[in-house]
Design a protein around this ligand. Structure first.
Ligand code: ZN
Length: 502
């Protein structure tokens, strides 16, 4: 049975648990959550996977440094990633750990499938290895002999390893790229990968000797070797949905619609992973979506600069919704972006407190005063175009433009109040005009609440509650259909959505 068309399967990378989560993890996860929630608005059943990558040299060493055994160490850090998910209000449906049995069994099956195809062979190898990247480098890719990401000298490793015949897939993947120009998104990332294919792919080491690395999944049939982290890690996307353990579930969900990640691991997802899947005889994911890096006040985040942003801290100070909104309102998803508290506070005051918060407070206060606290008589209206644009942007991961459109609409509603001055109309006895204006405002707020729900789920519920909804399961239809706010409904006095910052 092929995957059902109303099933949407979306993944974040599994996060490497050698250190606590930072804002980069939060950024990726929230972006995925925005899309997961948007797909649910469209009526899709969503499988939203995240998790932790728990094997490898770096982790073994970090555990040793912390004086813990590896399992104890990964258990602790994995919990902080789960907590981050709660704090960020992620609607994930699954959390995989590569130390789980469903994964280790599935990964072993995957290895056997690729080996059965003749794509795995053993050879003696000597190379420069960056432990922080968990990756071998060739000299030409090491400016001044240093790892381009970690700026430190790689270590010389010599051992006998298993290799994956990635070179054999250069042609096939290039053909796939040429037939699927939207396989990697945004398109400049597709172009980068296509260029690498022109240069050709080299076989990659996919195991380590147990003497060097004991913390990993044993290679099937050779317990003296453990799987190299990428071959282990990437398979999480299939093992989570039952590859090698639950065939029916696998058919229901695979292929994934989207793998989402930051640009530094695009290459593994766009080139190595498809080759692995082809080798194992498994179909390819729909799309690889790549986002840029966050800087902080114009500087790259790093421990040594001491400018690491702790997402737990931001959320406890400004609230989850504010943080989620800011990341996508301020920065263009896909490109690099700059995070700054000053800009966050500015957005909070202008967009949230002033534009949206005031609109809700003013509109409901007027309805309470001029319409007996009830939703007035319905009037005709049509926002089809506003929401069609929103829809188009959301589908293309253009979250910033989608939010810009919503805020244009919010500002238009504020201008409507300033122009119509319902309090003056009321004094003049023009009750029909008062009702008409207020209905437009309240129905507009209902629609706005649905449109912002992927970004600010809590604010969305607060708005709908203030509009008298006790229970509301929003769908995209209810966003585009005018007049679902029924006249006569009782409004609730709202709490300020966005109280002043202290
Ligand atoms: Zn490195």
């Amino acid at each position: 049975m092929p995957k059902k068309s109303d099933h949407y399967y979306l993944t974040t990378p599994i996060y490497y648990v050698n250190a606590a989560p930072h804002i980069g993890h939060a950024y990726t996860s929230i972006a995925a959550d925005v899309m997961a929630r948007f797909q649910r608005l469209l009526g899709k059943q969503v499988n939203f996977l995240t998790g932790t990558d728990e094997h490898g040299q770096k982790i073994q060493r970090a555990a040793e440094a912390a004086g813990k055994n590896s399992q104890e160490f990964v258990d602790e850090i994995s919990v902080t990633f789960r907590k981050l998910g709660d704090v960020l209000n992620l609607s994930t449906t699954d959390f995989i750990r590569t130390t789980e049995e469903r994964h280790t069994r599935g990964a072993a099956k995957f290895w056997e499938a690729a080996a059965g195809r003749g794509d795995i062979y053993k050879k003696k190898y000597e190379g420069l290895y960056c432990v922080s990247c968990e990756q071998f480098y060739v000299e030409k890719d090491l400016p001044e002999g240093l790892c381009p990401i970690h700026k430190k000298a790689p270590e010389l490793f010599q051992e006998e390893n298993y290799f994956f015949r990635l070179s054999a897939y250069t042609e096939k993947i290039a053909e796939y790229f040429d037939a699927h120009h939207d396989f990697v998104f945004p398109h400049n990332r597709w172009k980068e990968m296509r260029q690498i294919l022109v240069e050709g792919l080299e076989d990659v080491s996919i195991s380590r000797s147990r003497e060097k690395l004991s913390w990993g999944i044993p290679v099937p049939g050779d317990p003296m070797q453990v799987m190299y982290v990428w071959f282990d890690a990437l398979t999480n996307y299939v093992t989570a949905v039952g590859y090698g353990t639950n065939e029916k579930f696998f058919d229901d969900w695979w292929p994934a619609d989207v793998h989402l990640m930051a640009k530094e691991i695009n290459r593994f997802h766009s080139l190595l992973w498809p080759a692995m899947l082809m080798s194992a005889g498994v179909s390819l994911p729909g799309k690889i979506v790549v986002h840029g890096w966050l800087t902080v006040d114009g500087e790259k985040m790093s421990k040594s600069l001491g400018n690491m942003v702790d997402p737990f801290e931001i959320v406890s100070r400004y609230g989850t919704d504010t943080f989620r909104f800011f990341l996508f309102r301020e920065m263009s998803f896909g490109s690099d972006g700059d995070f700054s508290i000053a800009k966050l506070e500015q957005r909070y005051t202008s967009d949230l407190q002033h534009d949206l918060g005031n609109l809700l407070m003013r509109s409901i206060a007027m309805a309470i005063k001029f319409c007996d606290g009830k939703i007035p008589q319905q009037t005709v209206g049509d926002n089809t175009e506003v929401w069609a644009r929103y829809h188009a942007h959301m589908e293309k991961w253009e979250f910033q433009q989608a939010l810009e459109g919503v805020w244009e609409y919010v500002r238009a509603l504020n201008q409507l109040i300033d122009r119509e001055k319902p309090w003056t109309l009321y004094k003049e006895g023009k009750f029909e005009e008062v009702n008409a204006t207020l209905y437009i405002l309240l129905e507009g707020l209902r629609q706005t609440a649905i449109a912002i729900s992927p970004f600010m789920p809590d604010a969305s519920v607060s708005m709908l509650t203030a509009l008298g909804f006790e229970y509301f399961d929003p769908k995209f239809d209810s966003l585009t259909e005018w007049g679902l706010l029924k006249s006569g409904g009782v409004l609730a006095e709202p709490h300020p959505l966005f109280p002043p910052l202290i």
